[in-house]
Design a protein around this ligand. Structure first.
Ligand code: GDP
Ligand code: IMO
Ligand code: MG
Length: 430
């Protein structure tokens, strides 16, 4: 473990597990932090001094002055959102010069991607996915149709404008003829992006080369996942998923490294479950307990402000997501949100039709009726605990049960949104 140089950190539920907070904490131990997929659909919250950031594009390690942050080739980038984020960092006097880079192969989100995302969601009516309307799906579609525009294309105005012209003709046709929407102006988009080209010109790199070189130099590198495993395009609750691969498998292509260069993995899970957007969610609570989780956990989206759906911890679900990622260690977050509950429940299995099963099956998610184990609450604050031993006995029992049912060890425990409200297990060697 001591020789490890890279750690991939990713979500094990439906996103918003608290990845941003854990990455900000871990950034102190890493030289480089690189996002490998997703785009401004992510909202990674970090509290720091009097500031509160919701990072959509910028890797969550940027607050550590020594950490280099990279937006990898597997990401999609909205330069407008990124520019706003950089302005917030400047206001907070965070210097990101020579510390933030974008892979030339990362695809750009253009205004027509957002317009199409919006139009398609509207057209789907009650069957909508509940996307963030950030243009994610349409942008990845263009990437895979091999007509996407990449960050590197901005290096030559003519190349960019030519690609824009070709794409916009098709997109405006779709917007007008299929969706009865207004066309977008080529001139306006062209002007906007030529300005971005100038603003971002010093941030372009070959991310794969940068990371492989850093690895060979013995630097410590953290790969930052966005979203969560159940939103993965292949492994998630399709079609209610995003358009990228937040799983460990996504790291290699999203960064441009080989699998032998992922030395260690950690999965982030909340001490309960949430989901934002549509789609099945077996342990969801529709009663006052669900509302209490939402209130105690301030469960409102960092990107769209939407209320997050809440339910109890689903152990077979996390066992499944940990397994398909090859994860053996957890960062469990938001334990403190359960401080006031008299009883706490863990989903331990399901009924599927008339049969009982202990295993999660992603194909059947919508038909699984959860079975719960009732556990005693601790009804006192865990927010100031400094070690696992400081925790009340029922809380330790709850954590033991989670470890047993998920086949994972809890290496990091988060008991508040602040950086220092973090407990590290002696077995976590980073
Ligand atoms: P991410 O997308 O995985 O980075 O998670 P989000 O930032 O979208 O959502 C997590 C929310 O929980 C944020 O508001 C965090 O500030 C907050 N948070 C993270 N860890 C903890 C914790 O241990 N306790 C509490 N109470 N809040 C936390
Ligand atoms: P972080 O990184 C939670 C959800 C959306 C929707 C579905 C598809 O903060 O954990 P998209 O805009 O990607 O096409 O939407 O995925 N979603 C997220 N939910 N956290 C996220 O990111 C999410 N990113 C996308 O709500 O259901
Ligand atoms: Mg989030």
């Amino acid at each position: 473990m001591d020789n490890n140089k890279t750690l991939a950190l990713l979500g094990l539920q439906w996103g918003d597990e608290g990845k941003g907070k854990i990455i900000d904490y871990l950034a102190q131990k890493f030289d480089v932090i690189a996002r490998y997929q997703g785009g401004p659909n992510a909202g990674h919250t970090v509290y720091w001094q009097d500031f509160h950031f919701a990072f959509h594009q910028v890797p969550s390690g940027i607050l550590n002055p020594k950490t280099v942050c990279i937006i990898g080739r597997g990401c999609v980038v909205d330069l407008g959102v990124l520019k706003e984020e950089l302005e917030q960092l400047t206001q907070a006097e965070i210097d990101f010069k020579n510390r933030l880079f974008i892979d030339s192969k990362a695809h750009l989100i253009l205004p027509y991607h957002k317009a199409l995302d919006n139009a398609r969601e509207k057209a789907k009516g009650k069957d909508k996915i509940g996307t963030t309307i950030r243009g994610i799906g349409p942008c990845y579609e263009d990437k895979y149709s091999r007509i996407g525009i990449r960050f590197g294309d901005l290096q030559d105005d003519e190349v960019f404008l030519e690609k824009l012209k070709r794409n916009l003709a098709q997109k405006n046709f779709l917007l007008m003829e299929l969706h009865n929407d207004e066309p977008l102006s080529e001139k306006q988009i062209g002007k906007e992006f030529i300005k971005y080209a100038e603003f971002f010109k010093d941030m372009i790199i070959d991310g794969s080369d940068y990371i492989n070189t850093a690895y060979e130099q013995g630097k410590k590198i953290l790969f930052e996942g966005a979203q969560g495993t159940l939103l993965d395009i292949d492994s998630g609750t399709y079609p209610f998923v995003t358009s990228s691969s937040p799983t460990a498998g996504g790291v290699c292509n999203g960064i441009g490294i080989g699998p032998t260069r992922i030395d260690d993995l950690i999965g982030v899970a909340k001490a309960y479950t949430t989901r934002v957007g549509m789609g099945p969610f077996p342990t969801e609570l529709f009663d006052d307990t669900g509302l209490m989780l939402q209130k105690q956990g301030s469960e409102f989206g960092a990107t769209t402000g939407r209320a997050r759906r809440c339910g109890w911890f689903d152990a077979p679900l996390v066992r499944y997501t940990a397994r398909i990622n090859g994860i053996k260690q957890l960062a469990l977050t938001k334990l403190d949100v359960l401080d006031r509950f008299e009883n706490i429940y863990i989903g331990i299995g399901y009924r599927y039709k008339d049969e009982k099963t202990n295993n999660f099956n992603v194909e059947l998610t919508g038909e699984l009726k959860p079975e719960f184990l009732k556990m005693e609450g601790w009804r006192c604050s865990t927010k100031t605990a400094k070690s696992f031993d400081d925790l009340p006995k029922p809380a330790r029992k709850y954590l033991d049960k989670i470890q047993e049912l998920t086949n994972c060890e809890i290496s990091i425990l988060s008991i508040g949104e602040q950086r220092d409200q973090t407990i590290i297990s002696p077995n976590f060697k980073w």
